[in-house]
Design a protein around this ligand. Structure first.
Ligand SMILES: [Zn+2]
Length: 394
């Protein structure tokens, strides 16, 4: 699109207060943007489901729609545009959807789920990476930046964790929207050593969520089989810490417009506060010994403590991850020691500073092979407690 037309469309989008479905106007080459969806004789797109992106749609011509995906606030706090829309294209037709990013570049390759001919689905990323053009086949489907993993998935996961790990399901608090911040606790409530697993602070980071699913389910099996002693170790598993952001298709923040991974220690947001509140009520003999926070980025890596790691932290790192960088087929990773400034608000830094424990960010490549992600996560979960046990004796 020409720059002037784009600016005009953006200005119009900002002026739109509420969405109505836009229909192609025979007299107009571009229509007024709509927040709910748009349609022509060649097809339609809508944003009316959980996880759909915050987008405005307008009609360029009968066979071309444009979607402007926007961050939850401007300027974007992280250039990782999330998009998700559903579409319908009549038999014999073909629809082109141009996804345009505001202040950001293409990050997530489109995932397609739907009926019709997959070979007719094609994707072209613009040279400047500020847009992607998607050709859709006849039929119905959903296109999204990563697989849609929303509240129903977590409802099932939490049920499965509680059942297979013989744990209990907890509500730690509520989000701005009133959604529950749910957790599962595995092991005995008075087991002295607590491992905290957190996920989905950043809504689009689905590969990290896949790793966390496999990791947590493995821990649950090990607890119920007795391979992990539930009298010694307990786990708090919070797989969906930003339910509003996930449901509303945010790029990064919660509904308070805050990056939750900058709110630790500050605790201005209900989601982080809920976890901190639960931790503050722990009996005196129960202490966190490890925290893992699952995310996604453009490669597989672990952010770990640098000079701030104590002797036990160093022993744990060496035993759990050291030398394993190429041990998992299809899942090479790097270990990046990084001490944050005090008060940075990151989960990793807060847990380390507050409890003096290893606190790692488990980052999974956006484009990782899901089978390899799961296999590596399962193997790492298997080795977690033996490594911790060894380190705690140091
Ligand atoms: Zn992240």
């Amino acid at each position: 699109m020409r720059r002037a037309a784009f600016r005009q469309a953006l200005a119009a989008w900002i002026a739109v207060m509420a969405g109505t479905v836009v229909h192609a106007q025979p007299s107009a080459s571009t229509s007024r943007p709509s927040l709910s969806g748009c349609q022509t004789t060649q097809g339609s797109v809508y944003f009316d489901f959980e996880g759909a992106s915050r987008s405005a749609c307008y009609v360029e011509d009968e066979r071309t729609l444009s979607i402007v995906v926007t961050p939850e606030h401007l300027p974007p706090i992280n250039p990782s545009p999330w998009y998700a829309f559903r579409y319908s294209v009549p038999k014999g037709q073909k629809l082109i959807v141009n996804v345009r990013y505001i202040g950001a570049r293409h990050r997530y390759a489109p995932q397609w789920r739907g009926s019709g001919d997959l070979s007719a689905f094609s994707v072209k990323v613009a040279h400047d990476k500020e847009a992607v053009s998607i050709t859709l086949p006849p039929g119905e489907g959903v296109v999204s930046g990563q697989p849609l993993v929303t509240s129903s998935h977590y409802d099932q996961l939490l049920g499965q964790l509680a059942k297979s790990g013989r744990g209990s399901r907890l509500i730690l608090g509520r989000s701005h929207d009133g959604r529950p911040i749910e957790a599962v606790r595995l092991g005995n409530a008075d087991a002295p050593r607590l491992v905290v697993l957190l996920g989905r602070q950043h809504p689009p980071e689905v590969t990290g969520a896949m790793a966390m699913d496999a990791f947590s389910l493995t821990i649950a099996r090990l607890v119920s089989s007795g391979a992990i002693d539930g009298k010694q170790f307990q786990f708090l598993i919070v797989p969906l810490l930003n339910p509003d952001g996930v449901a509303r298709g945010h790029w990064r923040a919660n509904l308070g417009g805050v990056d939750l991974n900058r709110d630790w220690g500050i605790f201005n947001q209900p989601e982080t506060r809920a976890v901190n509140h639960w931790l503050s009520l722990l009996p005196a003999q129960v202490r966190p010994v490890l925290m893992l926070d699952f995310h996604s980025t453009n490669r597989n890596l672990f952010y770990v403590q640098g000079g701030k790691a104590g002797a036990q932290g160093k022993a744990f790192l060496a035993t759990w991850l050291g030398g394993k960088e190429n041990a998992f087929a299809g899942y090479p990773f790097k270990i990046e020691p990084r001490d944050a400034n005090a008060g940075s608000g990151t989960t990793k830094n807060w847990f380390n500073a507050t409890y003096g424990i290893p606190a790692y960010t488990y980052e999974v490549d956006d484009d990782s092979d899901p089978v390899a992600v799961r296999a590596a996560a399962e193997a790492l979960a298997q080795n977690l407690i033996p490594s911790l046990f060894f380190a705690l004796k140091e």
